[in-house]
Ligand binder design. Structure first.
Ligand code: SF4
Ligand code: SF4
Ligand code: FES
Length: 490
């Protein structure tokens, strides 16, 4: 047996003015699940504790709660001493029980055709990853777009695609239905996928596929069509606002000291055409830290803006041009500093080379310590870096060498998934949520590691927004200044 201390959220809207937490101690078997702890509390200490469960085996979805802040199934998550158990972040009925009705009511249901018809093999393959949903609504509880827009949410979109592909459904045009229920408000943040107990990859396997079907029906948003035209005509997804990074950059940048590694640099459209100085800052930091950089000029857009918006007909051309550019130079490691490009090259390409984000490269090979700056900073996790590439600790490891870091919740800023271009009012509402969290930290600056996040957040906060490498470079410049004045040793 083991003793478990649990802090449990309690709230009875009919009795309590506000929620509170109650501490309990129970004895349960070794390896007990969170559900066993809740049952022990209910049976041995407090029979008024309200929570849901049914199958006890991860099949019905009714027991979903937040455990130490993360949504999960109480019957599947192992109980840990000192854990906090809270309801999903949804309207509360009592204690750990949330109101599922509004969300389940929006789930499209199959309308049987009557005569049997079997989906073909291609459709079966697309349907397979969508079938295992247990309607636990964990995904709904974390979706940022649902908070600010009229959007039925991730699992409703999953179900729309499932029915759109199923010839046994006669429910009408499911793609058009998905569009009218908010298909284009999803920012591709991947929060839904990361909390799904059935590991259903809703952004890639449902939202993007539905958007591709919408494209075939001529339902792509006009602004997204413009971006696709731009990529076809110029190889780039944004209009340049001055000299680009690639126009000015040398083909090879040799490091100051001994070579620790050689990488090929994939710059991405935003750092190339809109924020080239940030890319130059990054090159300075790499140069100072022994990384030799090769920069193929013929590289083009990675295709992310097309994939996220369902316009994939030109994608293979882009992929081939990019892969050829690096393979031709026999590059075995390609470095990205745009979170979206990095995630796309890692997850949507099949490359004969390794792809590494700049935060991975700098922490793997180590950096010269910069001078500390008397600045309090907060860090915005780009969705495509944190969830798209699993990179959380590396930027923090770098930032804390220069400035004081104050954490804030990792929420989407609203710039991804084509939302900034296609639905600017939704992107602005999400950025406003981000701004409020930034304000709460009291930080003087915001640091991030994605040009889309940096550009978008800077439009919605009065704090300067800096890239991780620009902050490092400032630390090096300060170090050099002090050294020149003789106040610091190398
Ligand atoms: S990817 Fe993000 S915005 Fe899109 S459905 Fe999932 S949680 Fe919502
Ligand atoms: S998609 Fe996953 S997280 Fe969402 S309701 Fe279904 S099983 Fe739960
Ligand atoms: S009780 Fe059925 S999934 Fe947990």
């Amino acid at each position: 047996m083991m003793k478990v201390h649990a802090r449990v959220f309690r709230f009875d809207p009919e009795e309590d003015e506000k929620p509170h937490y109650q501490n309990y101690v129970v004895e349960v078997n070794e390896g007990a699940r969170v559900l066993h702890v809740l049952q022990a509390i209910h049976d041995e200490i407090d029979p008024t504790l309200a929570f849901r469960y049914c199958c006890g085996a991860g099949q019905c979805g009714s027991c979903a709660v937040r455990i130490n802040g993360e949504p999960g199934l109480a019957c599947m998550e192992e109980a840990r001493d000192g854990m906090t158990v809270e309801p999903l972040d949804l309207p509360i009925k009592k204690d750990l029980v949330v109101d599922l009705q509004p969300f389940l009511a929006t789930l499209p249901r199959i309308c049987p055709r009557g005569e049997p018809e079997v989906p073909d093999r291609e459709k079966v393959e697309l349907l397979k990853p969508l079938r295992s949903c247990i309607e636990c609504v964990c995904c709904v509880s974390v979706c940022p777009a649902m908070d600010v827009a009229s959007f039925d949410g991730p699992t409703a979109m999953r179900q729309e695609l499932r029915l759109a592909l199923d010839p046994r459904d006669k429910g009408g045009d499911r793609v058009r239905e998905a569009v009218s229920h908010g298909l284009f408000t999803c920012t591709s943040c991947q929060a839904c996928w990361k909390v799904c107990p059935k590991d259903i990859e809703i952004p890639g396997k449902a939202i993007e596929k539905l958007r591709a079907l919408a494209n075939r029906e001529g339902l792509t948003l006009p602004r997204h069509q413009e971006v696709a035209r731009l990529v076809r005509e110029t190889g780039r997804s944004i209009v340049r606002t001055g000299p680009t990074f690639l126009e000015d950059a040398p083909e090879v940048i040799e490091p100051d000291g001994p070579v620790k590694a050689t990488v090929g640099f994939f710059v991405g459209c935003m750092y190339n055409g809109r924020l080239p100085q940030t890319a130059r800052d990054a090159m300075e930091v790499l140069k100072r830290n022994g990384i030799r950089v090769i920069i193929p000029r013929e590289q083009v857009c990675c295709g992310s803006p097309l994939i996220r918006t369902g316009q994939v007909d030109f994608l293979d051309t882009l992929k081939k041009r990019n892969i050829d550019a690096f393979v031709f130079r026999k590059i075995d490691t390609v470095l990205t500093m745009c979170a979206g490009c990095g995630s796309t090259l890692k997850n949507d390409y099949r490359t004969p080379f390794r792809v590494m984000d700049i935060n991975e490269v700098l922490t793997k090979f180590g950096i010269e310590p910069p001078a500390r700056l008397p600045v309090k900073a907060t860090y915005h996790d780009p969705c495509h870096l944190l969830r798209g590439q699993g990179i959380r600790d590396q930027p923090r490891e770098l930032i804390t060498q220069v400035v004081e870091l104050v954490e804030m919740p990792s929420i989407c800023c609203g710039s991804g998934g084509g939302v900034r271009s296609g639905m600017p009012e939704v992107a602005a509402a999400l950025a406003e949520n981000r701004r409020k969290e930034i304000e709460k930290t009291g930080a003087e600056i915001v640091v991030s590691s994605c040009p889309f996040c940096e550009f978008h957040i800077s439009e919605h906060t009065d704090r300067p927004v800096r890239n991780v490498t620009s902050i490092l470079l400032e630390g090096y410049r300060e170090k050099d200044r002090k050294k020149a004045k003789g106040t610091v040793s190398s």
